[in-house]
Ligand binder design. Structure first.
Ligand SMILES: *[C@@H]1O[C@H](CO)[C@@H](O)[C@H](O)[C@H]1NC(C)=O
Ligand SMILES: *[C@@H]1O[C@H](CO)[C@@H](O)[C@H](O)[C@H]1NC(C)=O
Ligand SMILES: *[C@@H]1O[C@H](CO)[C@@H](O)[C@H](O)[C@H]1NC(C)=O
Ligand SMILES: *[C@@H]1O[C@H](CO)[C@@H](O)[C@H](O)[C@H]1NC(C)=O
Ligand SMILES: *[C@@H]1O[C@H](CO)[C@@H](O)[C@H](O)[C@H]1NC(C)=O
Ligand SMILES: *[C@@H]1O[C@H](CO)[C@@H](O)[C@H](O)[C@H]1NC(C)=O
Length: 356
């Protein structure tokens, strides 16, 4: 990350050079981990119980609203309000206009309730694509985090979606702000930075690409592959978002505190802000040259360490996940449920912090 770090520092100017602790947080989730392979096929074939009941029982009832899809209300021309499903209603030109407004206005919701951002408040920036099911659970976890009411929660979207907006705007436990990545595939479906018809196929040979004269033919990546818009979007969005938070927002002008970067499929522990503050103060004395901290990592990386003890931990967690899965009944929530709601696993995961 050293290139990234210096880029951020350079662009930020004084405030961030002095303080800049950026927290790359990968606060766990196995959502992306595919290791939940069920060896016992009878588990897979068991009858499903009511998935929503199982989840709802583990979430305080005041937070159920974040897990429940809300109908979209539209006002009919005769004045009656009717519920309709969310579906795309704006065309690209209109979406561009709407997001330009959002990005210009920089509205901070709930500021009236929670007060203005302090210079040392935690800013939590969530990169959002289109996985609203995961986002619902992240929001539930954030709602339960200690001291969340002091934080500013920022959502950076690369898709304009009414249902996601409605969910984000229903957050009532802290200050909330949204902005939209303007160079998204949604807004450039047939051209760079989306997928252009003349883009080179990912796996084409360089010589063939040169003959074909497809876009960027002379420059495959390190591994000989060509650009895939959906993956580059994620990375471009990440940097755009970081620059926006550090350099461009009015609300962050005087901010010198921590910035936490999360993604829609992450999940935070109740004490993550507390732990963050501990890490910050420890960092000042033990590692003054550090300006990136990591609160967690994907478990998948544990296996790379090659440490037999950690492998053992991993194996236990895996077995436990399968056990819990057997009790919970399989469904998409399987990948989420055992990891999100089992405390024993949370404890096991918190093992070593890694800094890049
Ligand atoms: C699951 O539970 C919810 C709420 O109790 C209920 O509305 C729904 O019909 C149930 N679904 C099934 C498949 O039983
Ligand atoms: C739609 O209207 C109902 C009833 O007035 C309300 O409870 C619900 O929150 C509204 N939904 C949205 C998305 O505004
Ligand atoms: C308004 O329009 C809706 C949809 O056409 C209809 O169901 C409803 O009865 C109308 N209400 C009035 C007061 O005319
Ligand atoms: C998008 O919608 C607006 C308003 O409905 C319309 O004026 C415009 O022509 C549409 N643009 C495209 C590209 O369809
Ligand atoms: C933060 O604000 C307080 C009071 O508003 C001020 O005393 C303090 O010096 C500020 N800290 C930094 C690092 O700017
Ligand atoms: C930043 O600090 C300046 C000078 O103290 C002040 O005028 C301005 O209102 C502050 N901006 C924010 C967003 O707090």
């Amino acid at each position: 990350m050293s290139a990234g770090r210096s880029l951020l520092t350079r662009r930020r100017g004084n405030v961030w050079v002095r303080s800049g602790i950026i927290l790359l947080v990968v606060f766990f989730i196995w959502v992306q981990m595919n290791f939940l392979t069920f060896t016992n096929t009878s588990v897979q074939n068991q009858e499903y119980t009511n998935e929503s009941n199982a989840i709802f029982n583990m979430v305080p009832s005041v937070l159920h609203k974040f897990l429940t899809p809300r109908p979209r209300n539209t006002t009919h021309s005769n004045g009656t309000v009717i519920n309709t499903a969310y579906k795309p209603i704006l065309n690209i030109t209109e979406i561009k206009k709407v997001i330009a407004q959002y990005n210009l206005q920089q509205t901070v919701h709930n500021e009236d309730i929670f007060g203005p951002l302090q210079n040392d408040s935690v800013i939590i920036v969530v990169q959002v694509h289109d996985r609203i099911k995961y986002l619902r659970h992240l929001i539930v976890s954030l709602a339960q985090a200690q001291d969340i009411s002091q934080a500013l929660l920022v959502f950076s979207h690369d898709i304009y979606d009414e249902e996601i907006n409605s969910l984000v705007q229903s957050i009532d436990f802290c200050k909330v702000m949204q902005f939209f990545y303007p160079f998204s595939i949604q807004l450039h479906p047939n051209e760079f930075p989306g997928a252009d018809p003349n883009d080179c196929p990912r796996d084409i040979k360089r010589e063939e690409a040169l003959i074909k004269k497809c876009n960027n033919a002379p420059f495959p990546d390190l591994y000989g592959h060509y650009r895939e818009a959906k993956f580059t979007q994620t990375k471009h969005h990440w940097w755009w978002k970081a620059n926006r938070v550090f350099n461009q927002l009015e609300v962050t002008k005087n901010h010198t505190g921590l910035v936490v970067f999360l993604e829609e499929d992450h999940y935070v522990a109740e004490d993550f802000i507390h732990v963050l503050k501990l890490m910050e103060s420890t960092c000042k004395t033990s590692c003054p040259q550090c300006n990136i901290l990591s609160l967690g990592t994907y478990l998948k990386t544990f296996s790379y360490y090659g440490d037999p003890k950690k492998k053992e931990v991993m194996r236990t967690i895996k077995q436990q996940a399968i056990l819990n899965a057997a009790q919970m009944q399989p469904s998409w929530t399987f990948q989420v449920l055992p990891s999100l709601y089992q405390h024993s696993q949370k404890v096991a995961i918190t093992a070593p912090f890694t800094t890049d």
